[in-house]
Design a protein around this ligand. Structure first.
Ligand code: FO1
Length: 317
């Protein structure tokens, strides 16, 4: 970074929470100053289609297309194909709206023609009017497997959607991750980053796979790594993160998240104001604790949190 150019940030994101902060950062940073690396461990084939939920959640959110209620899928959806598929006997536990289906059909078509996922993502982003760079963590297949007490190993979406996150988690496995190469652009983005932002996504199944790919590829993290807690007041804002901590024998809290990433990864950690009392314990880990409003119900709070994060990064670099 030179004095007159803005900081270059890389953000790691998974599902809905991560996408919201990514969108907040995209509101305040120019395209060349922000790259978002997205988890692909949730990807799976359903109805014969290649589905990349976290890429789509990040892209739809950046493009202003996301369903504001669920956070995933598109707003103002229709369900004509879904209803006909139900009538024909197709599995209906994973809801696919008509507009969302076009994304899966086109991604599948291009993948079948041999186009890499990162290239498809870049082109779809352009067509959605997204100017910031969105990269899958890898073009190679990585499948998050959830080992559960009740059913043994479950593919991620089977656990997350079909079983509604109810099974008891024992451990996670990221099939293919040892062989998976970082997608084109990941290494370069990380090399030029002044700071890495770990968005408030599920540490276990959204952020860990990305960190594992970076580590396996010996991609060094920038001097400044700032994470925003996905857990507030001992509860996940959305999704099973707190339940996963508890089932793995760890009392869920923002402190537990900071400990999970550890001071080898994190320089700073942003707690919600509700958890301000945990700041000294985070500091004691050797990770600088900061307090902010981390709930992002609307675009205004996403922008505000992004601004707070940027100010903290400017203090830390
Ligand atoms: N999550 C659900 O709980 N139920 C669904 O029917 C569902 C459909 C769906 C379709 C497209 C998509 O991109 C995401 C979808 N999700 C659904 C969310 C998805 O399972 C999660 O967003 C991620 O895999 C975890 O963040």
């Amino acid at each position: 970074m030179t004095p007159d150019t803005p900081l270059k940030l890389v953000a790691l994101a998974g599902g809905v929470g991560g996408a919201k902060l990514a969108e907040g950062l995209a509101q305040i940073l120019p395209p060349h100053a922000l790259t978002i690396i997205v988890n692909t461990g949730d990807d799976f084939v359903h109805w014969g289609l290649n589905i990349s939920p976290d890429l789509d959640t990040v892209c739809y959110t950046l493009a202003g297309l996301a369903n504001p209620v669920t956070g995933w899928g598109q707003a103002d959806e229709t369900w004509n194909v879904f209803q006909q598929m139900e009538r024909l006997g197709a599995p209906t536990w994973f809801r696919l709206g008509d507009k969302d289906l076009a994304t899966h059909l086109e991604r599948t078509r291009r993948l079948r023609e041999g186009e890499p996922l990162s290239h498809i993502t870049h082109d779809l982003c352009m067509r959605w009017g997204i100017r910031h760079t969105v990269l899958p963590m890898s073009d190679d297949p990585v499948a998050t497997i959830v080992d559960t007490v009740e059913f043994g190993e479950l593919p991620f979406q089977e656990y997350f959607v079909h079983q509604r996150c109810e099974p008891t988690v024992r451990r996670f496995r990221f099939a293919g991750i040892e062989q998976a190469q970082p997608a084109p652009g990941v290494r370069e983005a990380m090399a030029h980053a002044d700071a890495l932002i770990v968005c408030p996504s599920n540490p276990w199944v959204s952020i860990d796979p990305i960190l594992k790919i970076l580590q396996t590829a010996a991609i060094h993290l920038p001097n400044v790594v700032l994470a925003v807690s996905p857990i507030i007041g001992g509860r996940a804002v959305k999704g099973p993160a707190a339940k996963m901590f508890r089932e793995l024998g760890i009392e869920p809290s923002a402190l537990a998240v900071a400990e999970h990433y550890g001071k080898r990864t994190l320089t700073g950690f942003v707690l919600d104001s509700i958890d301000a009392n945990l700041a000294p314990a985070v500091d004691a880990l050797g990770i600088q604790a900061f307090v902010a409003q981390t709930l992002m119900p609307t675009s205004k709070e996403r922008r505000k949190l992004a601004q707070d994060v940027l100010h903290l990064v400017e203090k830390l670099v």
